[in-house]
Design a protein around this ligand. Sequence first.
Ligand code: FNR
Length: 341
Amino acid sequence: MSQSIQSHRKDEHVFLAEKFFQDQAAAGFEQVRLLHDPLPETAVADVLVAPGLFNWQWPFFINAMTGGSKQTGVYNQQLAAIAAHTGLAMATGSQAVALKEPALAPTFSIVRETNPTGFLLANIGADKTVAQAQAAIAMIGADALEIHLNAVQEIVMPEGDRDFHWLTQIKALVEGVAVPVIVKEVGFGMTREALAKLKTAGVRYVDVGGRGGTNFARIEGVRRQGDQFAMLADFGQSTVESLLEAGASGLTILATGGVRSPWDVLKALRLGASAVGISGLALHWLIQEGPAAAEAHIKQWQAMLPALMAMLGARDVKALQNVPVVVAPALASYAQQRGLA
Ligand code: FNR
């Protein structure tokens, strides 16, 4: 595949993610109710949202999307500036394309140039070698590495990978790189069994990457004539179901997929996430309203989080995890059928 075809694919992903943005977000958060305590016995000024995972100032971050084409390099630069101004951590999109075509590396390294001191996450697939992972980390001076798991996306792509023997390589990557490694689904979620396999491979951090937000089966499907994979539109575990799967995993859990409000962030934290990723929404703000408005939206979330936590009587994330929860029958049934607590 030539450089221009791969770059074009990156631009198409952005275009299609944005096209479908409005009719998505069924990540299961609507099936979770946080109960109101009319006597919160706390104050907004008492609330501490930091330090979070990896000492982050905020419990949410901008997750992997862009880089690999001229236009997505511009988005990376704009997102990195927003991350710098708001103190959010940020991941780049998959750097595989730049490992193949070094001329595309600047569309990724721009994030470190723009945000010299922020927390940045590199991103590669589970088929990459330790040397490739180290190159991706060095490319952006990354503080952590995300390894994405995207079997569904690969199957939907006629030119995609057909070999998913990944665990041995994941183990080698965790052992071989010097930064923390987060294994991440890209939108089809996790099972308890997969989490146990990852734990056995030495993985400590997993982003459950649940269904309900950006859907790569759909995005890859419509990139070609006659989408034979439309049947997969509802495939996978939602972000909320995946969080239930992760409940007793003993791993540090991140949650991405269909997070669309600070309320969703709080629900994900309540269900055990240590940090919450937003992708499609950040891009949506950027494309529709521009960088200044995107930054203003994030600052609004940052103002709302302590306010909502005080309202819930939670001084910090640990206290938030004690807020009583009631779940909808479908979710309770899921948990019961899966034998989850
Ligand atoms: C993504 N995502 C993604 N994930 C990853 O690990 N590597 C990647 O290269 C990409 N590329 C990418 C491009 C675009 C345009 C989007 C919108 C998303 C997936 C992303 O990190 C996240 O897991 C999903 O998008 C679900 O979150 P949202 O979009 O529902 O918040």
